[in-house]
Every structure is written in structure tokens, then in C-alpha cells.
Design a protein around this ligand. Structure first.
Ligand code: ATP
Ligand code: MG
Length: 572
């Protein structure tokens, strides 16, 4: 099956690679004397410009329904939080962890921490004690904001292993021993706080990578990154003052901060904050009733929507949507076409990493969409497809598969992997940042994801990207999700093995296995199609929704599982 290009009405030709880099500074206000602070851009400057009464967050609480929080109210909460941190002896540069669900306290914690010149680190609140502890130790955590339940279950037993931890704030009024109740502390604190005038290079955020390919890395980001959050929020996500915007990313992941907190606030959008976990009917209803203009989600969520079928979406008015956007994993062309049919608007896939801090390659409102492509580099981002040999990096031409690389220089690039200088240095060579992903650029300048460098399969002289095979598999009516790996083979070098989950109404059987393999053979040819298809109830995924192919492979080969601290689902 081939997928038609989705043509945008009056899409202007866009050739970002040859465009001059944008004036990043022109998008933000900055503080006097070249100083900068993410919280100033997100809050203070809107108040100064008279927009304090505009809604910043529309919180959809699980228990108490809708609450609108203005920019002025959020700024007040954040200043109070900053005052509480300082009152407990914390100083600029200290590390404040947020272990919270989607709620206003999360926003106040992130922004109050930044306001005070301290470093914010979010974690998945569903993490177990061990991954929390290691990350707190790596970043030498000084303060933590969480719930009483999480503290009691996961932190209290291990607290003495984080000697630097001075303050634990809990969102419940009934604080466990050794903790301070956040609500009363905020109430008692002043709502005035002078935002810390940071240098653009002052560390602001530490984000841990998803751990899809191995041990997670702590990527350090600086206050100057906000220039890129502002720019990319506008350019790739169309965020403008008043835009009703909803990002479903878990707050524990970089997307939850860059595009769940910073970019929408800096661009003065109205951010929907839905406390509830994935619930299809609630999601459709929320998009329709809140008149969401831009919805930012991930391929796993989209595939769940597809699995539930078109009927579930019927009867909702999606006319407010300008487009939908997706990040985190390759977005199968099937999903783009499906969303175009169901929502009347396509999904804009975009590519970036914890390390890049912001969206690098995207389909934007100004572009025709080629389903299955990640789109084009944003203006100011210079990307290349490269091959590395003996320390030299050579750019490859159109249509060739190689490693996706970027020319460093945009404001939100990581400045370090925490305590891992060698690992950081290895990511840069010959003036390029090497992403570890494989991709291809076509004659129109669109980039196509092939797979992780580690996941590439070499079979009988063919280079096989898992994404292509997985996309072909999910075109089969029975297949909901797919993961493929390469296994050693005496004659072919490697052969492809697939793991799939099924759509409702289909049951595992030998006949179905044969049928799926037959379909893949027809689509991909015998050399590339999987030799075996295994049925699973779920695929192993990280908490940010990424399929852990390395885990499937390690198990097949009887090798150690490696770091699985971020593993979320896993059922055979
Ligand atoms: P780790 O680096 O710890 O192994 P990770 O790379 O999954 O984990 P993240 O930084 O959260 O951690 O994810 C970035 C990666 O996600 C990219 O390198 C890429 O492999 C994948 N990714 C993100 N967006 C896309 C996309 N639109 N298409 C394909 N892959 C994507
Ligand atoms: Mg990575």
C-alpha cells in the first residue's frame, strides 16, 4: 500500500535548511544585562504586559472537575513555592525533584524552582523506589515535591541513602514524619519573589532519558533553552496567545516539561491539564468540549485510538482542531491517514530527543504531509544523514540510510550528561551531534526514520529498519502493535522476528500467524519479512511509551536484560 501526500491548502514552499537561522532572542524578553530565566518568560513578563488575568492552566481534576488558573495565580503560587524553598535553606543550583501527576502543584514546583535559580528534575510518579533512588543519587537531590502516599511507599525506606535531601514537600495536608505539607507552607509564604537573574548558560533542568537503549542518562539543560522552547512552540506546534493546547505527555518525561509546561506558557497559550490517565471517551470529549486547537500526544496513544475503532470517535465535534502532533516513537503512516479520516486533520509527526531539549524535525502547518515521514528540520536546525568511520563524519546523499546528525548550536541542546563526560564527548564528532538514530532524507528534504542504530537488522545483504517492517505489520487488520528484532542466523546473518499484539476480535492461531507473515512477505519481499510472528498481550515499553526492542532481543538470546528501570508494561 502506498500513502498519498496530504496536501495542505495553500501550503507555502518551505526550505528551512537554506533559511537563515531565526533570531532566537527576538522571541523572548530576557532580563536586564543579558540575564534570563525560564520562569520570567513563562510568567513574569505576561504579568508585566497586563495579561495576568488570562487563563494559563485549565485543570481537569479527577475529583473536583474544572479549575481555571490565571497567569497571575500561577505566578503567585510559583513565587510562594520559591519562597518556601529558600526559607528551608535551599540556594540557587540546588536540585528540586518533582514526583507529581498532572496538577497545578507540578507547574508551581517546576516554575518556582526555576524562579529561585534552582534546578528542576521531573520523574515518573509511577517509578518504583529503585529508579527514583538512583536518579536522586545521580543528581544529588536537595528537595522533593511529591504526595504523602508516594513518599511513604517509595522514598521513606530509602531516604537515608540520599544524604543531601533537605526538604520533602507533600501535596497532602497530613504530612508524614520528616515532610512538610505544601498547602499550608504556600499559604504562609509571600507571593512576592524576585526572579533569579540567571546566565543563559546556568543549568535549569536535568532530564533523564527514557532508557530505551540502555542505562538512562541525565541530560543537563540551561535557562537559555527557553529561547528555543518559545520558537519551536510557535513554529512546530502553532502556539499563540490564547491557543487552547493539550499535551498528554507524562510530566516525568522531557516532553512534559518542554512542551507540557514551558513552551505553552512562554507563548501565552491556554494549557489543558488533565489529571486522568488514558481514557478514550474522556479524551475525545475533552478535545471537543474544550475546543482544543492543538493536541500533542504519542504513537502509543494514537494506536490505542485506532484499536478502539472509528466508531468510538464518531459523534464528537473535532472542528476546533487545527492539527494533532505526535512524538516519541515512529508514527506509522497508517496512523497519519487514519487520523486525517477521523479528525479531519492529520497528525504531525515530529522528532527530537531528551538531549535536544526541543523539536528538531517536524511536519508543520505550512507543509504538505508525507505520511510516515518525520518532516523537515525546523528553521535554524541543520540536520544531516552521515556515516562515521575512523573518527571522520561523511555526509550521505539523498535516499541513503545513515545516522541522523545535527550541527550543534540551537539554544536547547543539552550541555552535559550528568557525571558522564566520556559518554557526552562520544556523542559529538567532527562538528556534528550524533543522534544514535538511523534515517533517510528524500529528494524533497523530508526525513524518514529507519530505526535506532542498535536496532538495525542485517539480513542476506539487506539493511532492514524495524520501523518499515512494523508499519507493514500493523497494516494487517488483526495487528494493533508490532515490534521486530533481528536474530542471528547461519546463512542470512540475521533474520527478522516479530512480536505483535492483536486488535479486539482476533485470537492467536497458527493460521493467523501464517496470514500475517504472508501479508508482510507481499508488502516487503521474502528477504525482509519476518520469519516468525509471536503473539503477545502487551509489548515491553518504557514509561514514555517506547517499545524496548533490546529487551525482546536479550530474552530471545538468553542475555542479561540490562537496565530495565523504566520498563512499564510487559506481559507475554
Ligand atoms: P535512551 O537514550 O535512554 O536509550 P530514548 O532515546 O528512548 O532512551 P528519549 O530521549 O526519550 O530517550 O527518546 C528519544 C528517541 O525517541 C529518539 O532518539 C528516537 O529514537 C525516538 N523518537 C522520538 N521521536 C521520534 C519520531 N517522531 N520518530 C521516530 N523515533 C522517534
Ligand atoms: Mg536516546
Amino acid at each position: 500500500m502506498t500513502f498519498d501526500i496530504i496536501r495542505k491548502a495553500a501550503a507555502p514552499a518551505q526550505d528551512p535548511q537554506s533559511a537563515a537561522p531565526p533570531d532566537w532572542d527576538a522571541l523572548i524578553e530576557g532580563l536586564p544585562q543579558g540575564r534570563i530565566n525560564i520562569a520570567h518568560e513563562a510568567l513574569d513578563r505576561h504579568l508585566a504586559a497586563g495579561h495576568g488575568a488570562q487563563t494559563a492552566l485549565r485543570w481537569l481534576s479527577k475529583d473536583t472537575g474544572q479549575h481555571d488558573i490565571t497567569y497571575a495565580a500561577l505566578a503567585g503560587m510559583s513565587s510562594r513555592l520559591a519562597n518556601v524553598l529558600c526559607a528551608h535553606g535551599l540556594v540557587p543550583g540546588d536540585r528540586v525533584f518533582g514526583l507529581l501527576g498532572r496538577q497545578p502543584a507540578l507547574y508551581a514546583t517546576a516554575l518556582g524552582t526555576l524562579k529561585a535559580g534552582m534546578i528542576f528534575t521531573p520523574l515518573f510518579s509511577a517509578f518504583g523506589p529503585e529508579p527514583i533512588l538512583t536518579r536522586m543519587q545521580i543528581a544529588d537531590c536537595t528537595a522533593l515535591v511529591t504526595t504523602a502516599a508516594i513518599y511513604t511507599r517509595k522514598i521513606a525506606p530509602l531516604r537515608d541513602q540520599v544524604p543531601g535531601l533537605k526538604l520533602v514537600l507533600v501535596t497532602d495536608d497530613d504530612a508524614p514524619e520528616g515532610c512538610v505539607a505544601l498547602g499550608p507552607a504556600l499559604e504562609a509564604a509571600s507571593a512576592e519573589f524576585t526572579t533569579f537573574p540567571a546566565d543563559p548558560e546556568t543549568p535549569a533542568l536535568i532530564h533523564f532519558t527514557s532508557g530505551t537503549t540502555g542505562r538512562p542518562k541525565g541530560a543537563v539543560h540551561v535557562h537559555g533553552a527557553v529561547r528555543y522552547h518559545a520558537f519551536s512552540g510557535r513554529h512546530a506546534l502553532g502556539l499563540e496567545p490564547g491557543t487552547v493546547y493539550w499535551c498528554t505527555a507524562d510530566p516525568g518525561w522531557v516532553t512534559g516539561t518542554s512542551y507540557g509546561i514551558i513552551a505553552p506558557l512562554v507563548n501565552r497559550a491556554v494549557t489543558i491539564v488533565d489529571e486522568a490517565e488514558f481514557d478514550l471517551e474522556r479524551w475525545y470529549q475533552t478535545i471537543a468540549s474544550q475546543k482544543v486547537a492543538v493536541w500533542y500526544s504519542a504513537p502509543t496513544a494514537i494506536r490505542m485510538m485506532m484499536r478502539a475503532g472509528e466508531d468510538a470517535a464518531r459523534g464528537h465535534d473535532f472542528s476546533s482542531l487545527r492539527f494533532l502532533a505526535s512524538v516519541g516513537e515512529p508514527l506509522n503512516p497508517e496512523a497519519v491517514v487514519w487520523s486525517h479520516k477521523v479528525f479531519g486533520k492529520p497528525f504531525h509527526d515530529n522528532w527530537w530527543q531528551t538531549e535536544t531539549g526541543g523539536i528538531m524535525i517536524a511536519n508543520t502547518a505550512a507543509m504538505d504531509i508525507k505520511p510516515g515521514s518525520m518532516g523537515k528540520p525546523l528553521p535554524g536546525i541543520v540536520a544531516g544523514i552521515v556515516e562515521t568511520a575512523d573518527g571522520t563524519v561523511t555526509e550521505l546523499g539523498t535516499g541513503q540510510i545513515g545516522e541522523l546528525a545535527l550541527r550543534p548550536g540551537w539554544p536547547s541542546m543539552m550541555r552535559a550528561y550528568l557525571h558522564e563526560e566520556a559518554r557526552y564527548a562520544k556523542a559529538f564528532r567532527d562538528g556534528w551531534y550524533l543522534s544514535g538514530d538511523l534515517a533517510m532524507r528524500d529528494e524533497d528534504g523530508y526525513y524518514w526514520f529507519v530505526g535506532r542504530a542498535d536496532d538495525l537488522i542485517k539480513s542476506s545483504g539487506h539493511l532492514i529498519g524495524p520501523f518499515e517492517v512494523e508499519s507493514a505489520l500493523i497494516e494487517h487488520d488483526a495487528v494493533a502493535e508490532a515490534a521486530v528484532i533481528g536474530l542471528p542466523d547461519d546463512t542470512a546473518g540475521e533474520v527478522v522476528k516479530a512480536f505483535v499484539t492483536l486488535n479486539p476480535g482476533f485470537d492467536p492461531s497458527e493460521a493467523l500467524e501464517r496470514d500475517i507473515r504472508g501479508h508482510a512477505r507481499k508488502r516487503l519481499g521474502a528477504a525482509v519479512a519476518p520469519r516468525a510472528v509471536v503473539f503477545r498481550n502487551t509489548l515491553p515499553k518504557t514509561r514514555s511509551g517506547k517499545i524496548m526492542r533490546r529487551l525482546l532481543k536479550a530474552r530471545e538470546l538468553g542475555l542479561p536484560e540490562g537496565d530495565i528501570s523504566t520498563l512499564e508494561t510487559d506481559e507475554t
